[in-house]
Design a protein around this ligand. Structure first.
Ligand code: PAF
Length: 285
């Protein structure tokens, strides 16, 4: 596997591939790779001839009181895992490569409506940072297809909408959430959990499953479902930010045109803020 640390290097390599008629996939990550990321790489490999993974802890998407400094950086292990996963190119730029003006960059991408709700209410500016860096990565790498995890469902929705609104020439693919055997969604932030907290954390998946079971049974009392989910998390010892039933396309409360619902939650546990979701199709193929 090749490693590129500059924008010029990655652009040159991808330009050669595309000139040879090869289809290129990008898997953007912040590193500290686990089985969830490997499933994104597998999805990318399935859809392209060449796979690029980026590892970049993006300062623009962390709030001042968030874990930017503490975020796990494990580039040597990541490089190893990516090589084993037959990724062709690792793009691991410095902050200066992505933000040559330092903090002075004047342009931000805001996906209005989607960015300010749910997690956006609790992490102001977070999704502007995500949308901006993903747009930059698309411009730098110029992939045909990019793969994102559906665990971060709001992020996935925002990137899909940005790509459509800006008419970017990249196909956006979502890959299903990978879970531990007890249901906890894999996340780099799980490593912040103590053993006791780790034992509590599957309550998130259980609360989502309980809501999905009620929705599948025809229950449409959304406020009732949301407060039951919120309470079950609080009872298990988590501090929920929200527990919400939404339309899976626009993340608004379910409406007459809703074809699929999604139950989303974010909850704090010790030092970690964990997010997860489950989808509920209404129109079955
Ligand atoms: O999901 C992530 O790891 C990040 O938000 C992303 C998409 C790589 C942008 O920094």
């Amino acid at each position: 596997m090749e490693v590129a640390t500059t924008v010029a290097e990655v652009r040159a390599r991808v330009r050669d591939w595309r000139a040879a008629g090869l289809r290129v996939a990008l898997v953007p990550t912040m590193g500290n790779l686990h089985a969830g990321h490997l499933s994104l790489l597998a999805a990318a490999r399935f859809r392209a001839d060449r796979v690029v993974a980026s590892v970049f802890v993006n300062p623009l998407q962390f709030g001042p009181a968030e874990d930017f400094a503490a975020y796990p950086r494990t580039l040597d292990e990541d490089r190893e895992l990516l090589g084993e996963a037959h990724c062709e190119l690792l793009f691991a730029p410095t902050v200066e490569q992505v933000y040559p003006d330092g903090g002075a960059q004047a342009t931000l991408i805001t996906v209005r409506g989607l960015s300010s709700i749910l997690c956006g209410q609790f992490r102001p500016g977070h999704f502007d940072g995500v949308a901006t860096v993903v747009a930059k990565l698309f411009n730098i790498v110029a992939p045909d297809v990019a793969v994102f995890g559906e665990k971060d469902f709001q992020q996935f929705s925002i990137i899909r909408r940005m790509t459509c609104d800006l008419q970017l020439l990249v196909e956006i693919v979502g890959a299903p959430t990978v879970r531990a055997p007890d249901g906890l969604a894999l996340s780099s932030r799980n490593r912040y959990l103590s053993a006791q907290e780790r034992a509590i954390a599957p309550a998130i998946h259980h609360a989502l499953q309980a809501a999905v079971a009620r929705l599948d049974a025809g229950d449409r009392n959304f406020p009732g479902l949301e407060s039951a989910g919120w309470q079950s998390l609080a009872l298990a010892g988590l501090r929920p930010d929200y527990f919400a039933v939404r339309d899976a396309d626009d993340l608004q409360p379910p409406h007459a045109a809703t074809r699929e619902m999604v139950v989303l939650t974010a909850a704090r546990l010790g030092k970690a803020r964990l997010i997860d979701n489950l989808r509920v199709p209404l129109v079955r193929p």
